[in-house]
Design a protein around this ligand. Sequence first.
Ligand code: C5P
Length: 465
Amino acid sequence: MDLLSDAEAAANLVTEAGEVTLVSHIDADGICSEAILSVALERQGIPVRPVFVRQLEPMTMKTIPKDRSFKVFTDLGSGQQNLLAEHGLSEEEVLILDHHVSQPAGKSYREVNALNYGHGKLAASGVAYLVARAIDPKNTDLAKLAVVGNVGDMMARTDLGLIGPSREIAEDGIRHGSVEVVKKDLNCFGISTRPVHLCLAYSDDPFVPGITSNPNGALQFLQRLGVTLKHPSGRWLVWEEIPVEEKRRVISALAQQLLSNGRSPDRLLAEAYLFPKEPERTPLRNASEFATVLNACGRWAKPTVGARICRGDRGIAFREAERMLTHHRGMIRDLLQFILEKGVTEISHLQHIHVGDRFPDTIIGIGAGMALSKLNRRKPILIMAEMSDDPLITKVSMRTNEEMVQTGTDLQQAIVDATAEVGGSGGGHRIAAGAYIPRELEERFIHCVNRRLESQNARPGKDDR
Ligand code: C5P
């Protein structure tokens, strides 16, 4: 099996279709996957009808039409092949482009799944891009969207940059002129939009004593270094605007600060992916902020606004997305504060909290991930929320960190096993997974997951997913 020849086979298959229904996930990777493939197919004159779902589960399966169109699933489907079969979809009418753990269910659906080729750091938008490029080599303008999707799905986090096929896709973007790679940039979020001291204070990888979570400390640190922080007009400069020499000064002072606190500076620098054709000082200027814009759209039930931005709309759609981004950030701040103030319940192998109906189920995982760095970093966090549209179902999100994954934690496996025991559906990755479960079995579910985590810690795993 070879990824590129299977992408080519998928390209041949999908371009034979008269019309396509493209079912995709509402997060940044799902939105980018949809945009990449839809644009590539539309360029071939093949009509595409997009359907965005927050997850494939019995309720959302109803949105998939039972018609003659060819069904392509991006960023989902691999883990829900049982649902596709139950929905009556035949092997001939389905193509799955995914990177979630595959769970075959009797039928041999055609699937290009990065994990099946040993690529743990290639998200679905990367797979979609390889198919788009196989449809027509001119589609390299879409590489930028694959970079956004990959970065949005945290494919660049562990290795401080994209690696393997997702890095090669970034190279396509560089050759096309729409992507610029900064090899050793500061590893922090908000380099195109946040005042520098906030950019430093809000980043916690690595945790820099005196600066992380301390905007005043960060400001004084920069002032002591004599860094120009404001534009002559009085507005704050963003990291991207700081002269190279001053950037170097900041980076070496941060490294010193880490070393003098007995911490490693290893994670201080990371590769950054910039988009030189996008307007400066906007969140579309770099991959991680672009992905956050798309996540905000998807998580607030407007994935099509994100899809329009991917297609180049910088007018109405972008303005709407900016409003959603402000709302999204505020809500996540509130959620983080709620988790930290209410406190989690710690049991032997995890920590958990229920947010009731205070926060939408689509964002709880994001808040839990952010909270983990401020809680016990040695136990995964499990967060639950009521589903507004179904009082009998509870949404579960789990997050862990790289250190725990290295010692054997596998949330996807724990969640899949626990849902097999209590009912419901779930999936994801070692580091982030989610499920929908029967509300009356919440307690039992927590204990099932806890037991699975206990047995995983006893026998560390290695592979990358
Ligand atoms: O929803 P959340 O952000 O917690 O999802 C984390 C990961 O788990 C995602 O990759 C998502 O696709 C996956 N997931 C899943 N099945 C569910 C819920 C989430 O595969 N029922």
